[in-house]
Design a protein around this ligand. Structure first.
Ligand code: AMP
Ligand code: MG
Length: 426
């Protein structure tokens, strides 16, 4: 049986980054840049005031401090008022300042801004208003962002593999970039299998349960910025499975849930093989999630043959909801991440101290639902009480999976353990 990391490697070996497509910026959130981005602007486009106050020439205000060390008071004539959106009309000459607002361009000659709070109105001088500045500290260039200081035309500012987060969208908008090239997000089909399943909106009869995996997997697919396509439920009958799986194989990734264990009605691996899906592995040393099946289908469709990445990754996820969820996070998400061109395909896995002692039963490496907590300003993690692989209520409170190695052992409160962050996408 493969270990978690061997299984991951076997999966990731089969994944090629997707070809790129051009999308409107607003549709690119969560996807990954497939090209580098060069700045088309100087930012800021002019020397920009960062405070409301007075634009000044540093020569005019850099005087020695007054007697007994108190800051000197400097009087300057005020010649115009510049707000954001204006363009200054007059250059500053010696002894002259301009009233300026945050975001406005500095007039020629000015190099610094003195904040409003360090000013009072001065007496009129030759019929012109003046301002009195009291400066405990002054640094030439203060409160100004100089033209091109953030980025200059022609500079490379983003590299391929960058995730398109809200702040990256802001940056691209500053460049006026209406469209971006991204790795095409994969379509992922999800088929739930089991005689006992009814659609989640239906009322189960005796012996039946609702299909919770379908909507949950669709949500996980969406959270990985891929495109979910739910195929509904197939009963544990070869003909029905075969028909539904054939439809599912049209996507780049097919997820099946249920029917991959050792029960009489666990028909999925057999049907997959009969459809020509090549098994890469079946079963992983893992709890929950041991029955995971993974294989590769070369696509049948004539028009697609020979095209790049022309194959379907097929995951047979265990039917128990928590197992299905964990297998998605450990194996499917990294495959989607690689397909989408992310540089870091594996989820972040920092170490955190345990909030309470925990007895790990051992047998298999475990990934158990846990919750981060803060205690005296420090992060720690609590393993949640849960009743095993069918306990979605326990899982729903989790924001991490706490990782324990194969050995049975009592862990003390405060011992550090690796945790897999569940909300790992930017
Ligand atoms: P299986 O892997 O088919 O042996 O199923 C294992 C357990 O998971 C059984 O108790 C199933 O009823 C349950 N199960 C399977 N598929 C689903 C599903 N789509 N939603 C909720 N529970 C499921
Ligand atoms: Mg079943």
């Amino acid at each position: 049986m493969l270990s978690v990391s061997e299984a991951r490697q076997a999966i990731l070996e089969q994944v090629q980054p997707a070809p790129s497509v051009t999308l409107p910026l607003s549709a690119a959130q969560g996807l990954v840049l497939s090209h580098s981005v060069t700045s088309t602007v100087n930012s800021p486009p002019y020397h920009k005031a960062l405070m409301d106050g007075f634009a000044v020439r540093s020569e005019d205000v850099q005087t020695s401090s007054g007697q007994d060390g108190a800051p000197a008071e400097i009087q300057l004539v005020v010649q115009e008022e510049i707000t954001a959106g204006d363009w200054p009309k007059l250059a500053l000459s010696e002894g002259v300042a301009a009233r300026i607002m945050t975001g406005a361009p500095l007039p020629d000659g000015a190099d610094s801004v003195v904040m409003l709070e360090q000013s009072t109105q001065g007496p009129a001088s030759a019929g012109r208003p003046s301002v009195l500045l009291t400066l405990p500290k002054f640094r030439p260039g203060q409160n100004v962002l100089r033209l091109g200081e953030v980025m200059k035309v022609g500079e490379t500012i983003l590299s391929p593999g960058t995730p398109i987060t809200p702040s990256v969208i802001g940056l691209l908008a500053e460049l006026g970039q209406a469209e971006v090239s991204v790795a095409q997000p994969p379509t992922v089909t999800a088929l739930s299998t089991g005689n006992e399943l009814v659609p989640f909106v239906a009322q189960p009869e005796a012996g039946q349960i609702r299909n919770s995996n379908g909507p949950m997997l669709a949500a996980q697919i969406r959270s990985a910025a891929a495109i979910p396509q739910e195929l509904g439920i197939a009963r544990d009958r070869e003909d029905e499975l075969r028909q539904a799986i054939e439809r599912g194989l049209e996507a780049e990734i097919l997820l099946l849930s249920g029917g991959v264990s050792a029960g009489d009605l666990d028909l999925v691996p057999g049907v997959l093989k009969s459809l020509g899906v090549r098994e890469v592995f079946h079963k992983v040393k893992l709890k929950p999630g041991k029955p995971l099946w993974f294989g590769i289908a070369e696509r049948q469709h004539q028009e697609r043959q020979g095209a790049e990445g022309d194959r379907t990754l097929v995951f047979g996820l265990p039917g128990n909801p928590v197992s299905s969820f964990v297998c998605f996070e450990l194996f499917v998400r990294p495959a989607i991440n690689k397909r989408m061109g992310l540089r870091e395909v594996l989820p972040a896995s920092p170490r955190l101290p345990l909030a309470a002692s925990f007895s790990h039963a051992g047998g298999r490496p475990a990934f158990l639902p846990g919750k981060r907590e803060r205690s005296s300003g420090k992060d720690q993690v609590r393993v949640l009480a849960w009743l095993g692989s069918a306990d979605l209520r326990g899982l729903a409170g989790a924001d991490v999976l706490v990782q324990f190695p194969v050995e049975a052992r009592d862990y003390k409160a405060g011992e550090e353990v690796p945790v897999l962050l569940l909300d790992n996408r930017p």
